[in-house]
Design a protein around this ligand. Sequence first.
Ligand code: BF8
Length: 645
Amino acid sequence: MEPTERSSDKATQEMIALMAKEGQQNAWDRFQAQSPQCGFGKQGICCRICSMGPCRITKKASFGVCGADADTIAARNLVRMIAGGAASHSDHGREVAHTFKIAVENENCDYTIKDELKLREVAARYGIKVEGRNTKEIGSDLSDAVMVEFGKQEGTLLSAAAYPPPARQKVWEEFGVTPRSIDREIVEIMHRTHIGVGSDYKNLVKQGIRASLADGWGGSLIATELSDILFGSPWPIRFGANLGVLDAEQVNIIVHGHEPTLSDIIVAVSQEPELVKMAKDKGAKGINLAGICCTSNEILMRHGIPVAGNFLQQELAVMTGVVEVMLVDVQCIMPALGSLSNCFHTKLITTSPKCKIAGAEHIEFHEDRAVEIAREIIKIAIENFANRKGKSKIPKVRERGIAGFTTENIFYHLGGRFRASYRPLNDNIINGRIRGAAGVVGCNNPKQMHDSGHLTMIKELIKNNVLVVSTGCSAIAAGKAGLMRPDAAVQYCGEGLHEVCEAVGIPPVLHVGSCVDNSRILTILSNIVAEGGLGEDISELPVAGAAPEWMSEKAISIGMYFVASGVYTVIAEPLPVLGAPNLTRYLTEEMEKDVGGKWAFERDPIKAAHMMIEHIESKRDALGINKEKERKLYDMADRRALAVE
Ligand code: BF8
């Protein structure tokens, strides 16, 4: 396959060609070596839960040894994937909660509360008294309340009652999926899918739903809220994107993974005069920090640190030959980085006891020595600058954009500083200038042309006046393609969306953060409902979700919590359930009756975008706001005429 068939991104194409020339393998090559992939696995009908198997469903054998049929097997596999995804997000949330606890309990700590206003807002949601109390008192109570959410044995998640619209909570209550505690829902999936427990596929999916809700409205939301309080809430900020942000003349450090706890400190200390001088003494012009994947999104949103690339670009970054240290924490880190970095001077450094990689150096991160460890790592990078082999191969490709949008600050932009509310957004949806909103999120997957699924879909949506919010690797793809520049509205948007973007000075694609920050999309939807005029529940809103290049278990958990929150969600690669006809029908059709949302599978991003638009229009019809369609949308000439009258 030609590089141009593997990726739509110029920098990526260039580096793929270089890897081929230099005999280095990448994810696309390994994908090709794996093809054709196992059809049973793809369809979800291979079971290896016990040692009577592995079993697979064929024409000849419609049951596993225990008697499980295709629907049971695929449902068990699917909900175990949700457990993996929910566990990853929520364990990330737990790490942030631990750091938060250390910060509120210790005065001489490397972490401090950066957003006191948000601390008070979040604490109030958890029912904590805030009036007349200081930061430490409120923080301490919030820390206790949040910690309990992970493992409590009684009741249900406080956040699942504090954030979603009441009508949504009622749907969950009636269907019996209100999440109880975060860890419990994940553990219960493992129990229910053990040999000889549940075999009713709908009941298995039900637990998958409950665990995914504990992720979205629990673990992920906790990660987002506490990260904002600890590291500061994002605010619109400029950033540079793509491999061209690396600088051959500086010491390059790439942070990669998901958790902001170490990377935020690295940002803080990387420009310390003593370290910069040390770099200069070694012949470098300075220290250049860049990111990959969601650790990148965390520090991009808060500090404008440039993003070198998304998931499929991690190996390519090493290939440039100018990365002194690739510092990784957890999730989406390819094991291949270990052997690849050993071919270069790049030091791959792991920092979490949960993530050790063959070929990497391990420097364990401890919050109580955060600054000291960050300095140690930066010094390793500086020392390594002299060890570069050969010429720099940085592609000269970089874009600019604006990131840093949040649930809280979106309404400042849409409503103006003196009229901070969601009213103008709701009004623009009601009057039809904006037809609706779409969340386009998720990964890269070598099964789809890199970035192309995201970009083709997003362009089609904004052309049809659908405002896009984006996270994770999808947001990085959009940033690299210039879709996060405010002037992108002129080039790509339909008339109505263009008008709104221009009036308020926002890009048509809003970067709302990392993958745990999909929780921001949930709270944005809650705010739209609360603002009024667009129904009582998220399921009534003219919105849709998509993951055009998804690959991780986390993406399934995210998809499921959006669906279970009432959002129609289209993904490219089908869930691994197609070998189970009843389960497939349930997920893509019948589930809507239970939770208000459903899944759809469509690989063609244009078709998928139109499925979303059709859904958005059907919701507009149901709300009775499509009558507005007939009304004249005023252009500047009309407005001037009106002003004269
Ligand atoms: O959590 S989008 S490839 S980096 S899983 Fe991973 Fe997918 Fe990227 Fe962020 Ni999300």
